[in-house]
Every structure is written in C-alpha cells, then in structure tokens.
Ligand binder design. Sequence first.
Ligand SMILES: [Zn+2]
Length: 361
Amino acid sequence: MKINQERLINSFIRLVQIDSESGEEEVIVECLQNELNNLNFTCVVDKTGNLIASNGESPIIALAAHVDTVQPGKNIKPIITKDGTIKTDGSTILGADDKTGVASILEILKVLSENNKPIQLEVIFTVQEETGLVGSKNLDFKTLKSKKAINLDAEPGHIIIGEPANMQFDIEILGKSAHAMHPEKGINAIEIAANSIKKIKWGRIDEETTLNVGLINGGLARNIVPAKVLIEAEVRSRSLAKFKLHCQRLVKTFEEVAKSMGGEVKIKNHQEAWPFVLSAEDQLVQTIAAACKKNKIKPDIKLVGGNTDANVFNANGIKTITTGSCGIDYHTTQESVTEETLAKGTQIVLDALLSLSKEIK
Ligand SMILES: [Zn+2]
C-alpha cells in the first residue's frame, strides 16, 4: 500500500498556511476536525484545545502530532524549489515541526480509507507543545483508549526511545545592599551567586545527565553592593536516581553557600518532564525499525536530551515512540523539508501500522 505523495505535499502546503503559533490553534483544530469527520472519525476537542479522534472502540495504537508552531509562524508562504525542497523566503519558520506529522497522519488515514483497510486508530493532535508540552499535560488520559502511540515529531529513521526528566529552577539570592565604600555593611548577592555556581559542575555530567545555568540577573549599579540576584537553571537526566541527586545537590549548594556568606536563598522549582527509557528490543520499536529498512532508511534508535509529547504520554502509561517525517533546522527561519523526506517518513509509519495490525490479528 503506497501513500499518495502529491496529495500529501498539497496537504502539507495547505496546513503550513494556516497560522497556528502556540496558543492560537483554534482555526487549525477546526480544519482538522472537519477532515477527520470526513474520514469517519469521531472527534472531541478538550478544554485545552487538544483534538482527540477515533474510528472505533479498540484502537490498536494512537498517532500523535502537535499542531502548534514556534514564532515567527504567521503568514507562512511555502516555496518548493526545483530539487523538491520546501522552505520559506526566510522571514518566517516553515512549520514542518510539526505540520509534517499532521500531514502524514491525515495521508495515512486517507490511504487506509481508500484501500478499505479499516484499522482502528486513535488520533491525538495536541496544542501548545512548544511552550512546555502544555496540551499533552492537560490531556485527560482516562479518556484515551490506546495503550501505545507513535508520536510523529522527528526525522524519518529516528526512533526515539528515551527522554530525560527536566527540573527548572528559579533561584533568588538575597544579600544586603550597601554603598560600595562600606562593604562591611552589605552582603554581596553576586558573590554568593558566583561562589555557588563555581561549586557546581555544569554541562554534561554523563551520557544521560546535563546541568545548565542559563540566565543571571542582578545588581543595581557599580557602586552598590548588590542585594539580589536571580538565576535560572535546569537539571536533566534520563536516570531518575541521578536526576534526584543532582537536583538535591544544586539546592543544597546554593543554600549552604548563601548561609556561609550571611545571605539567603529562595528556590522555586518546577518539574517540566518525567524520564522514560524503552527497550530497543521492544516490539513497537522493532516494527518501526523494520519499516525504516523496508524504505531504505537506516533506523537510528536513540536516547535524546530533549522533551516531546512522548514524555507526557509515557509518564501517563501510554508507551510512546517518537519518529516522523520532520525536516531540518526547525525553530529557525531556515527550516526546510524535502518532499522525499515527508513522503518517506509517512510511508514508514504507514508500513509500521500495517505490520502492527497483522501482528495483532
Ligand atoms: Zn515538534
């Protein structure tokens, strides 16, 4: 069974021209709801704006993609070059992240429908993925019927089986203000920050753990002992034990240094994502890998340091692997995807679904 490349490209071109920066997804969700209704899917739009659809009570798997894009994503004018590359004039992003995923899913459903291949599926189109996985975090997982999912939000051949936990820290260091000529009367918050930062190892800690201090703000003037510094930092690890350890250490270090210098520290933390690592031998992973090979793409089963909706799905009991038909240079105005990439990525997921439906029967 082959996808219809021309229809797929046309559908992608149409989708990227529907503005859908994060938080402004109503129009695209309405369009997708109409398309899914025409394919005999029953749709529900939840209170966050996510679109959940299914064509039966016992879907074998869910297909997921996010419908929002980063900025600048308004008034996108896609260009197709002679060699089959789809890009923009450079004034906006293309939105291949993740409209390729959306277009692939629609094409797969159309091919299955016209070939009278009634596979029961669930479709999950999330909103606000780019602004902290907001849509998926607000999904009512109790209402989802699938136990596993393919998240289309990566390049063809990529099979992502592990993502890290992610803790975000807002650290407020409080010292005491004084005139620079009376340093004894003050407590220098910048110095507390510097000493604390120096005591922590940042960057890559090991293969599955990273720490970053990403933003620092403080002080008022050259001749004032600064009373306040704000720092934003993060800890990521695919190992829950290491994740907890480094989070605790970070907090402890700032607290101890601040105390030893007579200052104070207030730390707010927010867990952005939960870790998961699936087995490379898993049946779903192997099915997708086999579909890659069938389409002459070398499967790259990998663990990554970033987060996608798969993170939230896995944390909520839906075994989810990320692959897809995405292009390159996403989140920049140089973003592009080739027609071949989009077509191959789509065909791979279709082939994987067909294998899965046989395995299940
Ligand atoms: Zn994405």
